[in-house]
Design a protein around this ligand. Structure first.
Ligand code: NIG
Ligand code: FE
Length: 419
């Protein structure tokens, strides 16, 4: 791969690895910087004039046209492989029914699982792939993608295979996660048998076939208890998978404390979080993943206590939670806007939460998440004048250019300023 010289950057803004232990989030901002890329990685960032003087005349160049450059965004929690939609449930909720009531009545996760069960893998890929395209356009260069609507082995294996096929068709870096979301309808009344099957058969097979690098459990009243979640996640750890927990979304489910106990890579949701739980997450270095789009979309839950998490020294990431039930969006910029308004995060905290801390949530922070020598050359260019503007244009803020591993992955044909 030839070198690439990214020049004419208006402002470069990035978190730095060296600042990871700081409670206050610091962002390096540089004007007139240029980036030199070799073999898909950043080899140098420096003043454009100085780098320019050393550049061979035939070095391929990319003119950033005065844009704001940030690390590629990292969406560390999504459920993007499914068929059909649940727009009916969205409006039922707005008419007064709760997410849990709809689930108990046979909707929710089981409704999507029925559609997934009936669909061939090609159909699932066809319906899901555009979500990855939209995510890329929103600046996401690394995406975590969960299964979770297959429920039994055949269904889950089908979704993980669909993700494999999608990863061949998207330039995004993908981290696949096996999600244990609910007991399949066909096994109602056989809960213990299902848990045995997950721990003794499904998890070992996922690990052996390398279908995913992590496991996640929906630890919540109405889904899986703390003891059940612990059992499945311990099995995952025993088989070399990383673990994450859907925790404390509808109440103090015990999921956050379980994540701390197991040293999970992340605890996700955290709408209900007390001081003891915050301290436990910070102490165990479990990344707190906030999903503001799902709080917004469900309409009735509190936002996670981001300020307290940050003050107590926890890592805080923001992700879309892209899914048909509680967060029908691929837009990380929208999630940043919601976190700014409702969780009172400042622009520097927001940037950390969608780049380096999100990379930490995937244990990928030595590779991606900041613009520094040695890191993958995953770069987003935004038609925005400064960091404040990154969370300001509500709803449809797309990247101007997305570079992944030093290669052009996406360009906005419209390319007008979005601030
Ligand atoms: O993260 N909370 C559990 N899982 C998803 C929603 C799944 C669904 O409703 O389809 C979430 O919000
Ligand atoms: Fe989720």
């Amino acid at each position: 791969m030839p070198d690439l010289f990214v020049h004419n950057i208006g402002l470069l803004a990035t978190p730095l690895m060296a600042d990871r232990q700081r409670t206050e989030r610091f962002v390096l901002e540089r004007r007139n910087a240029a980036i030199l890329v070799r073999e898909g990685r950043i080899v140098e960032i420096g003043p454009e004039r100085e780098l320019e003087s050393r550049m061979p005349a035939d070095c391929p160049r990319f003119n950033a046209d005065g844009c704001l450059a940030t690390p590629g965004l990292i969406d560390c929690h999504t459920h993007p492989v499914f068929t059909g939609n649940r727009a009916d449930e969205f409006h039922m909720r707005n008419a007064g029914r709760s997410y849990q009531e709809i689930a108990v009545a046979g909707g929710g996760i089981q409704a999507t699982a029925r559609k997934v069960r009936a669909a061939a893998v090609d159909q699932i890929v066809k319906e899901s792939l555009p979500r990855f395209d939209r995510s890329l356009a929103a600046g996401v260069t690394t995406i975590e993608a969960k299964s979770g609507y297959g429920l039994d082995w055949d269904g889950e294996a089908k979704l993980l295979r669909a993700l494999e096929l999608i990863s061949l068709q998207t330039p995004q870096r993908m981290h696949k996660t096996f999600l244990i979301h609910a007991v399949p309808e066909a096994m109602e009344g056989q809960r213990e048998r299902f848990l045995d099957e997950v721990a003794a058969e499904m998890i070992p097979r996922v690990a052996e076939l390398k279908l995913a690098s992590a496991a996640d459990v929906f630890c919540e009243q109405g889904a899986f208890s703390v003891d059940e979640s612990r059992r499945m996640l311990r099995a995952a750890l025993d088989h070399g998978l990383q673990v994450a927990v859907h925790a404390n979304q509808f109440g103090h489910s015990g999921g956050a404390l379980l994540a701390a106990e197991l040293g999970a890579r992340s605890a996700d949701h955290l709408e209900y979080l007390n001081d003891q739980e915050i301290t436990a997450l910070a102490k165990a270095n479990v990344c707190a993943v906030m999903l503001p789009a799902s709080v917004f979309f469900l309409g009735t839950l509190p936002y996670p206590p981001a300020r307290k998490l940050i003050e107590q020294g926890a890592r805080v990431a923001i992700a879309t939670d892209m899914n048909p039930g509680s967060a029908m969006t691929e837009s990380m910029p929208f999630c940043m806007t919601a976190a700014a308004i409702y969780a009172k995060m400042n622009p520097a905290e927001l940037l950390w939460a969608v780049t380096l801390d999100a990379a930490a949530a995937l244990r990928a922070d030595s590779d991606v998440g900041s613009l520094e020598a040695g890191k993958a050359a995953d770069i987003c260019l935004w038609r925005a004048p400064d960091l404040n503007s990154l969370s300001y244009h509500l709803g449809d803020f797309r990247a101007f250019t997305v570079i992944i591993g030093g290669e052009l992955a996406w360009e906005d044909r419209d390319a007008t300023a979005r601030y």
